[in-house]
Design a protein around this ligand. Structure first.
Ligand code: ZN
Length: 309
């Protein structure tokens, strides 16, 4: 069975404003890398819009309606906080980015494919249930997890987040829910300042912090020694990956020294566990990564590992 690649051109129509690191060129770079011959067996699907019902499984109505009501005209950008902007195309992009995860879950849970990758933006893991934050409007990974439970009847879903920043939004959405496991490695200190190892939810949250300058070996060690064993003992029925590539040594927003080979290794380990515990079901969605060259190479390596592992 092949890999599903879900994307939508509307995700290129979202802007946080001129000079912002979370820019359309990121997605263009990823999609260009995925045009390579080696990915030609992937099934491509256009992301549907997430429905109100799907969004409301994570966000209160005021958040959903508030985001969808913001439609700046022309080239105008409305800043929601110091980092997060919305342009004319942002609401549509956010609906497609969340909808991509839902469509990927549908395909994987129906057994049409074992793995899926959502090449989308805006990212989602900083968006808290009741507020946008850190370049994120809707909590894409948490919405996908809840959809798997509500529509496909899954009991236990794991969210694995290796973006260099703590996925505070995903954690906030699931930390009181023992049926969803949240695992995150991230640089500390770093934005957004949450993700202390003492934050454990109801025993379903595992945070592993890495000091600025930590390299791929340190990154692999926290996954090998602490986070992947937690994934195995949870026994997920589906693994959702928040795939951010800003832990890369070249990334301008953080100071870790992770390389493509380390992301590849982790992806293969996640797939190995999924193969053993849940029929190989892995749905990955793009989060951060701000050096275009490193992002494109890392995302391509990640998808290669999803395809081959
Ligand atoms: Zn990030």
């Amino acid at each position: 069975m092949s890999l599903l690649l879900v994307t939508h051109r509307a995700c290129l129509g979202h802007s946080n404003g001129e000079g912002h690191p979370e820019e359309p060129g990121r997605l263009r770079a990823v999609l260009a890398a995925l045009e390579a011959e080696e990915f030609s067996t992937a099934i491509q699907e256009q992301a549907p819009r997430a429905t109100e019902e799907q969004l409301l499984r994570v966000h209160p109505r005021h958040h959903v309606e508030g985001i969808l009501a913001i439609r700046p005209e022309g080239e105008a950008i409305l800043m929601l906080d110091g980092d997060t902007g919305m342009s004319a195309g942002s609401a549509e992009a956010a609906l497609r980015a969340a909808g991509a995860g839902v469509a990927a879950v549908d395909a994987v849970c129906r057994g049409e494919v074992r793995r899926a990758f959502c090449a989308v933006r805006p990212p989602g893991h900083h968006a808290e249930p009741d507020r946008p934050m850190g370049f994120c409007l809707f909590s894409n990974a948490a919405i996908a997890a809840r959809h798997a439970q509500a529509v496909h009847g899954l009991g236990r879903v794991a969210v694995v987040d290796f973006d260099v920043h703590h996925g505070n939004g995903t954690q906030a959405a699931v930390e009181a829910d023992p049926t969803i496991l949240f695992l995150s490695s991230h640089q500390s200190p770093c934005y957004p300042g949450t993700g202390l190892e003492s934050e454990t939810g109801v025993g379903n949250v595992f945070n592993a912090t890495l000091a600025p300058g930590a390299d791929g070996e340190a990154f692999r060690a926290v996954w090998r020694d602490r986070l992947l064993p937690a994934l195995e003992s949870f026994g997920p029925e589906l693994v959702i990956v928040s795939a951010g590539f800003d832990a890369h040594a070249r990334d301008p927003l953080a100071q870790l020294r992770v390389r493509e080979a380390d992301f590849n290794w982790l992806t293969a380990e996640i797939c190995r566990i999924a193969d053993r515990l849940c029929g190989g079901r892995v749905v990955s969605t793009l989060e951060g990564g701000y050096d275009l060259e490193a992002l494109a190479a890392s995302a391509a390596g990640h998808v290669r590992a999803l395809l081959c592992a």
